[in-house]
Write a protein that binds this ligand. Structure first.
Ligand code: F6R
Length: 241
């Protein structure tokens, strides 16, 4: 595992964008696994800037996103579909048919999870998977548990997650109760993994996940067993390393 410590959020975003850019330049038809959340927004801004300068071409790139709320339509501004279009896809030349997320409007969880897992496999898995890190060590919607989940599955959101997310919705009742997420196995089958973390509030979990024991109670700790992981933190998130 390589760990880069940047001075600040901008520096973290630039290093992460360098790694993603290198992937696209070396393999223009690569499969990128992408994440939502606040941490990668600066990385996506950097990628858009490089695209606008003519340094990056997304025309042959395929993307697979980590997760999506179950029950939200694509035009809901809290859906991850909306987030990804707003922050990246609408600003670069990726063909619409190359963009993949779990379909939050599919009510049949078994069917949708099997479809999405099969799709990722048929693409040969992600060449590079970008991840953020939850305060409790979650990656995707894989929350602390007694065992690691392997494939794409439907999760019941924890009360704490619903509570944390309710500020984005009209009321707590509007927060989705479930989400589709790649499993830990799906993530671990990516050829390369790039995890970004920023801010003081991530320092403790960064230390636990990457220097502590590997256990399903800290889902991200399993990344220690992946052969090609790069962690990029800013000075605050890396302050306890
Ligand atoms: C996003 C995702 C989540 C976030 C994590 C960190 O698709 O699956 O695991 O990466 O919750 O979120 P931020 O970056 O907002 O701190």
């Amino acid at each position: 595992m390589k760990i880069y410590k940047a001075d600040d959020y901008r520096g973290m975003s630039r290093i992460a964008a360098n790694i993603i850019s290198a992937q696209i330049i070396l393999k223009p038809d690569c499969v990128l696994g992408l994440a939502t959340g606040s941490t990668p927004i600066g990385t996506y801004e950097e990628l858009v800037e490089r695209y606008n300068k003519g340094d990056l071409d997304f025309s042959a790139v395929t993307t697979v996103n980590l997760d999506e709320y179950k029950g939200l339509t694509k035009d809901n501004d809290q859906s991850y579909y909306y987030f990804m279009h707003h922050n990246l896809f609408d600003h670069v030349n990726i063909p619409a048919e190359n963009i993949n997320l779990p379909d939050g409007t599919e009510p049949d969880s078994k069917k949708e999870c099997a479809r999405y897992e099969g799709l990722i496999r048929s693409l040969g898995g992600a060449d590079l998977q970008l991840l953020g890190l939850g305060h409790n060590g979650h990656i995707g919607f894989n929350e602390p548990a007694d065992a690691f989940d392997n494939e794409t599955h439907c999760v019941d959101l924890q009360e704490s997650t619903i509570e944390a997310n309710k500020r984005f919705f009209a009321s707590a009742d509007d927060v989705p109760r479930q989400a589709y997420t790649m499993g830990i196995g799906t993530i671990m089958r990516a050829k390369k993994i790039l995890l970004v973390a920023s801010g003081k509030d991530k320092a403790e979990i960064v230390k636990r996940a990457f220097t502590g024991p590997v256990c399903p109670q800290v889902p991200a700790s399993i990344l220690q067993l992946h052969p090609d992981v790069t962690v990029v933190v800013d000075a605050e998130a890396g302050s306890l390393l």
